[in-house]
Design a protein around this ligand. Structure first.
Ligand code: GTP
Ligand code: MG
Length: 177
């Protein structure tokens, strides 16, 4: 229900970063009669799936795409059709921040993405985990300050508890309204 503007958002990030958990938390906090609670365990996404949620008067059609290395080629099929991107990073996975950065750069430089003013929300996820890096630290590790053709925003989040998700998604809604 709800109405409002409908936008397509692409949810990207390495495997195990928390994309599916985040979408499940966003959809279960607003829907009654939920099938799975936010605490339900997550399994790696095979291929891609679609999930809808709303924020700030905007209806989001979200594509949750697998982050597994062998399936990352699926990402680019969605580029032409998306209005926004949520890039999820595991802030406690220090070793793979460099991999996350190169996948982000590859996405941003794709012909279907570069030069488009679509908003990019980066979630420095798993902020609840021991040794999680802060949002500014994740931003600098990803080189976000070099992105000049898109409005971007970084938020610390916990997809498990939902902390930070509301702030991030309402920023996105404001960009898209
Ligand atoms: P793929 O589908 O393989 O690309 O992974 P994904 O990004 O969808 O990750 P998923 O949501 O399946 O979460 C991976 C694991 O991280 C699961 O065990 C989650 O419970 C856990 N997880 C996700 N978000 C958080 C978080 O904010 N904090 C903590 N501590 N664990 C999290
Ligand atoms: Mg998943």
């Amino acid at each position: 229900g709800g109405g409002g503007k409908v936008v397509t958002v692409l949810v990207l990030g390495l495997d195990n970063s928390g994309k599916t958990t985040m979408l499940r938390t966003l959809t279960t906090t607003e829907q009654e009669g939920q099938r799975q609670g936010p605490g339900a365990s997550s399994v790696p996404t095979v291929g891609q799936r679609q999930e809808n949620f709303q924020s700030g008067g905007v209806s989001f059609r979200a594509w949750d795409v697998s982050g597994a290395a062998r399936l990352r080629s699926l990402w680019e099929r969605h580029y032409r059709h998306c209005d926004a991107v949520i890039f999820v990073v595991d802030s406690a996975d220090h070793l793979r921040l460099v991999v996350a950065r190169s996948e982000l750069e590859l996405m941003l430089s794709h012909p279907d993405m570069s030069g488009r003013r679509l908003p990019l929300l980066v979630l420095a996820n798993k902020s609840d985990a021991p040794h999680a890096l802060s949002a500014p630290h994740v931003a600098s590790a990803l080189g976000l300050e070099r992105i000049t053709d898109k409005p971007w925003h970084v938020c610390a989040s916990s997809a498990l508890s939902g902390e930070g998700l509301g702030d991030g998604v309402s920023w996105l809604a404001r960009q898209l309204r």
